[in-house]
Design a binder for this molecule. Sequence first.
Ligand code: HPA
Length: 304
Amino acid sequence: MSPKKVRRKKQIAFQNPAAPSKQGSELPGEFACAGRAADFVLSQTELRPQIALVLGSGLGAFAEEFTDATKIPYAEIPYFPRSTAIGHAGQLVIGKVGAVSVAGMQGRVHLYEGYSAKQVVFPVRVFARMGVKAVILTNAAGGIKGEFSQGKLVVISDHINLQGVNPLTGPNDERFGLRFHDMTGAYDRAFRELAVDEANRLGIGMYEGVYVGLGGPSYETPAEIRYLRTIGGDLVGMSTVPEVIAARHSGMRVLGISCVTNAAAGILDQPLNHLEVLETAERVKGQFISLLKAVIPRIAEAIA
Ligand code: HPA
């Protein structure tokens, strides 16, 4: 009998999620890459964050308030994507808010920068591998609903994905989560309630609404905004949706907060620009920081 040929499994190269790749291309090393990045981050600090924050356009200032802070530039974290958008510092800050250990991303990457959906959610995968249990995702958004005027803070109650991609496209890695995972209640009800509760206590007017994620980078046309209103959208932005999908896939609980930086296209008779987005985020920074400071201990309690 001839000896059986041992067929070796084809070795797939460890693909760097930070390198530009084709949309939807397979990242066979995602779990291992995220594990290595997580190990690196945890080797830089003695803290073990249970809550992670993604701080969107102009909202990164909150991480400057962390105590016992260790700042790690994204460029130093293995496989981490680099943020190219203005208003995104591009570093991960590990530190404490009161007694709670947190990880805060000063800036994120977006689909419009040319990153794939898998690359966009890589930091969220790293959080999962670090043992993080809850993620607070923040963003700048255009207000579609009438009362969502410039400077308002809105708790995201649900989303509509019009980005044309999903970070879970391709083979599913069961170590992260299920092939078909539920998105009912993706934005944790208990977190939403405690956020509204804390906002009320602080005298910050807080709203709830449905976030529509588009690809950008061009802002929407007025006709698109009319369409988004018709389908149930209250806010519009270019981020957050892939991160929420990945966070829920990995079983992390999610709070989403939008800062309305402008009325969406066509609502006011004026053009949109990114400077306005950053200026508004800067203006509400104080309120935003107080709210996060109040919400974090409550979330820590809820996940304990
Ligand atoms: N549209 C899309 N993304 C945004 C907007 C907007 O009006 N404002 C801030 N981010």
